[in-house]
Design a protein around this ligand. Structure first.
Ligand SMILES: Cc1ncc(COP(=O)(O)O)c(C=O)c1O
Length: 409
């Protein structure tokens, strides 16, 4: 007899920048029976997913499919496939995840130039455009929604300039996809990586990506077919300038996601069900309605936090709507407050990284977690926790301020 306890995770109110709560319909989808990877019923689910991803990314790109792995795997697949050793890469950085782009580009053998902004702000697009003119990079990699600081970088002007100056633009939209507009075609984004576990409210474990023909040209130039899969007479690929990773080689992956169905990995059956269901739910809500819901809940949360006397962190003009960063009041132990919220109310909010650790809390309003019930729950609980930690709070004001916002909208 095994002494291990039966798996029984506690139900939580998850108000972090991810992972967030998952729609019960997505969880149910994950429990459906397994189909074989070449069963026409399954390949048709793969095709549905590609079509729905095109709508989500607002693109006519042929290629829109998930990489199997967390969001970081999507970033790595795009960068390792589009960067050849020696390529010039520009990375504008305004928070933790910009450094991730830098690190991956360096591991790909790129000659990397970085631009840095103090945390809490973003770039004036003209600063990035001037650097693109000056450095003439082959590729620019930038974060759209920086969860570490709760800031959002405007991209449309940068996209147009990169197109004119013939640099590929790669965007980490992990935190924004499905919660705020991400316009792959209209903003001239050559490759975009989304996340599942944030505004899409699917568990962590897949990274939806899309890329256009400009990016595909680079992928095809470096293409290598696995020797055991090449049809007689076809060149298996010399391996000269080929992508250093097999798992993340977009050239091989796109053959698997094309009608060729040239086997690469074995598609993650249950995660594919989850992603398809999560996308179906997002598109059924309507993207504009979904963005409005995220804005409305953000407005109520912000009104409540301010009424509690808390100060928001960072430049307000570039606030990321789905992550609200709050200065931890002087003398308050931020971790003690977080523990009280979790232990007594079942609510999780996040701390931050590096220079912001212990200085701010980050409260997510993403996807299925982004609801009136959750916002009111977190405001009420935070107020109680602050009072318990000796902070003078105008009791009840936060919930009333949030309810006022709901009454107006
Ligand atoms: C903006 C951003 N990029 C990338 C990542 C990495 O995602 P993952 O942890 O799913 O690999 C995260 C995760 O929080 C993120 O917030």
């Amino acid at each position: 007899m095994s002494g291990w306890a039966e798996l029984n995770p506690s139900p939580r109110t998850i108000m972090t920048p991810g992972p967030v709560e998952v729609d019960p319909r997505v969880l149910r989808a994950m429990s459906y029976p397994i189909l074989g990877q070449f069963d026409p019923e399954f390949t048709s689910l793969m095709n549905d997913t590609m079509a729905m991803l095109r709508s989500l990314f607002r693109t006519d790109n042929r290629w829109a499919y998930p990489i199997d792995g967390t969001s970081r795997s999507g970033i790595e697949a795009v960068l390792v496939s589009l960067i050849e050793p020696g390529d010039k890469v520009l990375v504008p950085i305004f928070g933790r995840f910009g450094y991730l782009l830098q690190e991956i580009a360096e591991r790909c053998g790129a000659e990397v130039t970085v631009l840095e902004k103090p945390w809490g702000s973003v770039f004036d697009p003209e600063e990035v455009i001037a650097a693109v003119r000056r450095e003439k990079p082959d590729l620019v990699a930038i974060v759209h929604g920086e969860t570490s600081t709760g800031r959002m970088q405007p991209l449309a002007d940068i996209g147009r300039a990169c197109r004119e100056l013939d640099a590929l633009l790669v965007v980490d939209a992990v935190a924004t996809i499905g919660g705020v507009p991400v316009e792959a075609d209209a903003w001239c984004l050559d490759a975009v990586i989304g996340g599942t576990q944030k505004c899409l409210s699917v568990p962590s474990g897949m990274a939806p990506i899309t890329y256009n023909e400009r990016a595909e040209r680079k992928v095809l130039k470096r293409k290598r077919v696995e020797r055991g899969l090449a049809t007689p007479g076809a060149a298996p690929g010399s391996g000269g300038g080929s992508v250093r990773s097999n798992y993340f080689d977009l050239g091989q992956l796109q053959d698997y996601w094309s009608p060729l169905r040239l086997n690469h990995h074995t598609e993650m059956t249950s995660m594919l069900y989850a992603l398809r269901e999560g996308l179906r739910i997002a598109l059924a809500e309507g993207l504009e309605a979904r963005f409005d819901r995220h804005r409305r809940q953000e407005a109520a949360l912000v009104a409540g936090l301010r009424a509690m006397g808390l100060a928001l962190y960072g430049d307000e003009s570039c606030k990321l709507p789905v992550v609200t960063c709050v200065d931890i009041p002087e003398g308050v132990d931020g971790e003690s407050v977080r523990s009280l919220l979790l232990d007594s109310f079942g609510i999780e909010i996040a701390s931050s990284f590096g220079p912001l650790k212990g200085k701010i809390w980050r409260i997510g309003t993403m996807g299925y977690s982004c609801s009136r019930k959750n916002v009111l729950h977190v405001l009420g609980a935070l107020e109680a926790a602050l009072i318990r930690h000796g902070v003078k709070v105008d009791a009840g004001a936060a919930l009333q301020a949030a309810l006022d916002v709901y009454a107006e909208n």
